[in-house]
Each structure stands twice: as C-alpha cells, then as structure tokens.
Design a protein around this ligand. Sequence first.
Ligand code: AMP
Length: 212
Amino acid sequence: MKIILLGPPGAGKGTIAKVLTQYDGSVQISTGDILRGAVAAGTELGKQAEAAMKAGNLVTDELIMGIMEQRLQQDDCKIGYLLDGFPRTIPQARALKTLLEKLNEKLDCVLELDISRDVIIDRLTTRRTCTQCGAIYNIKSKPPKVDGICDVCGSDIVQRDDETEAVISNRLEVYNDQTAPLVDFYRQEGLLLSIQTSDSGPVLEALKSRLR
Ligand code: AMP
C-alpha cells in the first residue's frame, strides 16, 4: 500500500497507520516523529525545526522535502508506505507528485480522517506520550497503570509541548488554512477516500473496498 493519511492533528492518523503496517509490511513514515527525533538528538535539522514546532506552526516546505526525498528512496519503502503528517501544504503535495513521477511510483489512495474539532481538542489535551519509547496514553480513556509512568518501559509520560490547548488551537487553524486544501487537490486527482471515524474496523473496511 502507498497511502497518504490526511486529517487534523489528533484525528488518529498515527494509530491507523500502525494498524495498517501490520497488514503487508508497509512502513509508517511520520514527519512529526522524524522531526521530534531530530529535536531530541539536537541535530541541525532539529534546531531548524524546533521553534516552529513548539508554536504549532509548520516547518518550511524545503526542510520537509529534503527529508522526504531521501526517506522515500530507502529500501524499506519498496513494499509500501503510509505517510502520516505529510504532505501538509499544496507545494508539498505538488513536490511529492513530481518526486513519485520521477521514481515511477503511484499512490493507491489518500485516506482523509474527517473528525470534528471538539473531538480533536478533547483527545489532544488528554493525550500523554512516553518520553522514551513514544507510547501513547490518554488520561481519560487509556491511562497508564501507574500515574505518570509508562507501562511499556517505565519512563515518564508527559504532555507534549504542542498539546496544550493554546497550541492545539493554533495547529487546527494552521490545518484549516494550509492542509485542508489538500482534500480538494486529491479529490481532483481521483485519490480521495474520506471517512468520518478513526475506529480502525470501519476504516479498514472502507479501505479494503476501495482498494479491491
Ligand atoms: P505531527 O506529529 O504530525 O502533528 O507534527 C508535529 C509538528 O511537526 C507539526 O506541528 C509541524 O510543526 C511539524 N511538521 C510535521 N510534519 C510536517 C510537514 N509535512 N510540514 C511542515 N511541518 C511539519
């Protein structure tokens, strides 16, 4: 599968991507995870991305395309990939189209998770992430066994800097302004599959009938 997962922050793209990777060995590629790794490691890339990420703004298209041009040519992408958080702007989508033409590859579909703003804000403000292994918790629906401690690796779990209510509002605004136009872009390309849930069962069914 070569799929783009589209949807606002907190729509469940990462969770769905993880479920889908189990099907055929396609890899999940999350630009957010790549950037967070670079920030944590203090690399040049991390330094360039950090301020925009903390404020909930997008990093530049050039930076992202630099990462993705390399990443999509790595061997593990041959089986397939689930793009989680990329592309996020029309220029990124156009650059991806050009890159895929050059690599002689085609996307199977663009899966849009169309989730309401209230659900997103509630989900993100209650989400907690392990500082070490990245495991995701939710203080309402999936709390860790011991408060503040990761069940998987025993490290601290925290609220991400960009998951406070103020930053989330900005991220949603950025999504509406810069990323939502991709829905029409991919509809015109004949690739859009839109679904109003992030429950993996119905998402998988919709995807199967689309790819059949
Ligand atoms: P995410 O985990 O996908 O919500 O990404 C976290 C942050 O990383 C975003 O708020 C942006 O600052 C940055 N980021 C991730 N992917 C992209 C992208 N494709 N284009 C620009 N910025 C991105």
